[in-house]
Design a protein around this ligand. Structure first.
Ligand SMILES: [Fe+2]
Length: 190
């Protein structure tokens, strides 16, 4: 059970996610079939489908990051590598959360995405409007906050977006975010 995000809201949102999974597979199948049928004659259609792929794939993967964050026993530690990185960049854990809220307050629909940057050994908190555009190249997503209206409008009206953001943060299992961050450290050391 989540606080401030209803079962119906999650159900509606999960069915949208299932659409992305279905269409990710469908786009790949269509490309294969069109290629086999007439690669030259279908070249424009294939190229457009390849452009389309990131919309479906990123829609699928971003929602996986999103829903996973609500799973398990809520945790989080001030001693974690993430807490230390957040303190270094934002001054404190509280400032990091305040910064996420500030970015989430951006006008319009999209996502707040926190990335680990293993090369620069820091974090980046950005606003990604269309999930297939504007993601930071090659950086692992450690936190994804869906701010499309479908993510909260079963429970809240648009003017109540702040309450949804608070509910998201209240339900967020920080141990998962920490684990994602630690995995990127491991990746960069390998
Ligand atoms: Fe969504």
């Amino acid at each position: 059970m989540l606080e401030g995000i209803s079962e119906k809201q999650i159900k509606v949102h999960l069915s949208l996610y299932e659409g992305y999974v279905k269409h990710t597979n469908l786009v790949m199948e269509k490309i294969r079939a069109l290629k086999e049928a007439d690669a030259e004659g279908n070249a424009y259609i294939i190229a457009e489908l390849r452009r389309r792929f990131a919309f479906e794939f990123d829609g699928m993967r971003m929602h996986e990051y999103y829903f996973e964050q609500f799973e398990g026993e809520k945790g989080g530690s001030r001693e974690s590598a993430l807490a230390k990185a957040a303190e270094e960049k934002y001054g404190s854990g509280e400032n990091f959360i305040a910064h996420i809220k500030e970015v989430a307050g951006s006008r319009g629909i999209g996502w707040v995405v926190v990335y680990a940057d293993p090369r620069a050994k820091t974090l980046h908190t950005t606003f990604v409007a269309d999930h297939e555009l504007g993601q930071l190249a090659g950086l692992p997503v450690i936190l994804a906050l869906d701010l499309w209206e479908h993510a909260f409008m079963v429970d809240y009206v648009p003017a109540e977006k702040k309450s949804y953001i608070d509910a998201f943060l209240a339900n967020l299992n920080w141990s998962i975010v920490e684990k994602r961050f630690e995995d990127t450290i491991y990746m960069s050391a390998a």
